[in-house]
Design a protein around this ligand. Sequence first.
Ligand SMILES: Nc1ncnc2c1ncn2[C@@H]1O[C@H](COP(=O)(O)OP(=O)(O)OP(=O)(O)O)[C@@H](O)[C@H]1O
Ligand SMILES: O=C(O)C1=C[C@@H](O)[C@@H](O)[C@H](O)C1
Ligand SMILES: [Mg+2]
Length: 266
Amino acid sequence: MIKEPKTLMLVGFMGAGKTTVGREIARQHQSLFIDVDSEIERLANQSIAEIFVARGEAGFRELETQVLSEVQTFNGIVATGGGVVERSENLAILEQSPATVIYLHGNLESTISRLLLEGQRPLLQEKSAVDFFNLWQQRDPKYQRIANFTVETVGKTPERIAAEIVALFSSNEDELALLQLRSEIDAFDRQIFQLIEKRMQVVSSVAQYKKKFDMKTVQQPRMLKMRELLKYDFEDSKDITDEMIDQIMSILTTSAINKENEQLKR
Ligand SMILES: Nc1ncnc2c1ncn2[C@@H]1O[C@H](COP(=O)(O)OP(=O)(O)OP(=O)(O)O)[C@@H](O)[C@H]1O
Ligand SMILES: O=C(O)C1=C[C@@H](O)[C@@H](O)[C@H](O)C1
Ligand SMILES: [Mg+2]
């Protein structure tokens, strides 16, 4: 059971949101928060980037292990650094500590775009996209191994992720299994709606085109063709039935037609 843990450790790839979500859990749950990277900077009196330059990655990892062993019994939320799984000493600390470990799982694409916006991680400067992909593949099973619970973060706001984690505190073992699955479903739902939002933006551009060339909003052959192609592509799927395609496409096309009519004032 994850019941009001004394220590809650967040692990995950750099940029997964450990620091942001950790602070938010502390705010929602009124607990203390500590960030391993910030503690390392305090200890060395240097920024992470400066530590990497002055002591190399190996020197940074030494400090990381030192701080991790100190915070393993911290009474509150601990955001670890993305590379905490790089050293076997750290894995042993996390496996043996009484802390509850939560893996913030995302996808490489959204994580890299966030990191590029920030541009502060030393490893980001020196690694190629392929290196990053390999690092992701190599670290992912390690985060999984040490985690008591994995939270799917794709498409969710930090507030939403934090609320999901706070909800775990009062759940028993059986409920946790269900919450784990629901965390995945919620992430898919958010991705589906984000895609629908993007689809509607394209619909807007189609409306402009139709206005320019004085075309009708509803193009019946096109509507039929869209469904026909989807049914063909998913004909082997047991879950995506023709009926489901008709129902979902009906909602999507009705919303699109309404939007086009509104834009074209028809
Ligand atoms: N769920 C989210 N949705 C959108 N943006 C997010 C989300 N989580 C984090 N971010 C943004 O992504 C960036 C990286 O987040 P954060 O610093 O919390 O990652 P981290 O896991 O602590 O990384 P590191 O391992 O490098 O310390 C920040 O700009 C933050 O605002
Ligand atoms: O993923 C990593 O190896 C790192 C992540 C950051 O949290 C920092 O600890 C540092 O930039 C290294
Ligand atoms: Mg961080």
